[in-house]
Design a protein around this ligand. Structure first.
Ligand code: FPP
Length: 235
């Protein structure tokens, strides 16, 4: 079987199961999200050595505003803290951080913390870490369409850059933890030919070994991109 493992993969992760992880331990859901940050650290550290060039993490969807106010507040607090405390560590590790999604609805100081973290890490070349906050793939596609400068139909590449906020490679692999098997409005344009990997593991338990297992599964896939053979660049 052809292998599709290659350097510079774009992997997207839907980090699901924080609440169930906490509930199973008799803990408040917010502590599940806190434990999820430790998993983020493990995966970001392991990613470059596992051939990942771009890693997009789904931290807060635009539909997550519907959650109870105390959980939204806890998540926003964790995000603020992560951005403030992690930027220097990411910069040192050569990780470039960018945030995708709307910034105008984020509470106190988060938009500023995003701007600072992006500036501090801008020179990173080991990994492009993208965190999706107040993110909706459909909204990103609609915004890109609304901002087209003329009535000419753009190429898929040009339009894709508008959707992604820059020249980001298409997603190779989407991982979703905790047993659900759906995309939940995550990177819909960029994942047109993505392989999908679902695991029962709750996100706070996810580690470098789980990432390696997902990539092994990916390496065994035959990616034909609609053709009958595996293109050389994906082989
Ligand atoms: C899904 O679990 C997870 C989220 C909605 C939030 C993900 C956030 C983190 C991992 C921590 C904060 C992120 C950063 C970048 C600092 P769920 O709550 O839907 O779990 P459940 O399905 O078991 O209820």
């Amino acid at each position: 079987m052809q292998s599709s493992l290659q350097a510079g993969l774009h992997v997207g992760i839907i980090m699901d199961g924080n609440g169930r992880w906490a509930t199973a331990r008799g803990l408040p859901r917010a502590l599940g999200h806190k434990a999820g940050i430790a998993a983020i650290r493990r995966v970001v550290e392991a990613a470059p050595d596992q051939g990942i060039g771009t890693l997009t993490l789904y931290a807060f969807s635009s539909d997550n505003w519907r959650r109870p106010q105390d959980e939204v507040t806890a998540l926003m607090g964790l995000l603020r803290r992560y951005l403030r405390e992690e930027a220097a560590r990411l910069a040192k590790a050569g990780v470039r951080l960018t945030v995708i999604g709307r910034r105008d609805r984020l509470p106190g100081g988060i938009a500023e913390a995003i701007g600072r973290a992006e500036a501090v890490t801008v020179a990173g070349t080991a990994l492009h870490l993208r965190i999706a906050i107040d993110y909706s793939a459909r909204a990103a596609i609609l915004a890109a369409a609304a901002a087209l400068p003329d009535s000419r139909t753009p190429s898929a590449t040009e339009f894709g850059h508008r959707v992604s906020g820059g020249p980001v490679p298409d997603v190779d692999l989407v991982i979703r933890t905790s047993g659900e098997q759906r995309l939940s409005d995550f990177l819909l344009w960029e994942s047109a030919y993505a392989e999908l990997h679902f695991t029962q593991t709750h996100w706070p338990d996810f580690d470098a070994g789980d990432l390696a297992a997902a990539l092994r599964s990916f390496a065994g896939r035959q990616r034909r991109f609609g053709g009958l053979t595996v293109p050389a660049e994906a082989a």
